[in-house]
Design a protein around this ligand. Sequence first.
Ligand code: ZN
Length: 223
Amino acid sequence: MDNILYDKHYNCLACDSEFKTKKVRSGKIRTTHIDSDLCSYYDGIVPYYYEINICPQCGFAFTDSFAPLKTNQKQMIYEDYAKRYLPQGVPNLCDERDEHEAILSFRLALGAGFAMKEQPKLLAGICMRLAWLHRMAERPEAEHEFLDAANRFFQVAYETQQDSLGDAYYLHMLGDTSLRLDRISEARRWFSQLFAPANSGYRYIELARDAWAEHRYEQETTN
Ligand SMILES: [Zn+2]
């Protein structure tokens, strides 16, 4: 574990304090399995646990992808965040994290992302990780709650954003989350767009095809 984790320095987006927090050396981990919505499983450690940075001074949470806060917005955004999400005080989540602490870190990052009006694709990504952690712990209701939230953010992202992630990724996530939420006609609509020839080069196209094919196979065998 010592070998896999290392300390990385950050400056808090809200209060500017410098702190260090544990990160995972990506070269030291090995993927053992990947679900159709890209939830990855690893030998021994769950790298998702360490994605969120939480300032030990003020409790503000952020990912490496969050935009810097404008100086004139810092106080208002922080106060709004602290009032809603830190009623129990500032946690210290800079050391090794257990599952409970990892979920708390993502919930705080979601709160901070809301307060900052962060991009829908980032909020969708945080919701997917919360869904995955609940999936790994076999809590399907909580998993579905966050898949539903992710699905809504992905729709906004798909309709409003043009970026390097590309349409195929959004169509994949929209199709897969819809399928897992049992919204079959929606899933069919997203997947049929994904399976258009223009997306045949998409990296995870086979994963998406398999998920949809498996669903259809299950439908045929239960009918
Ligand atoms: Zn801070």
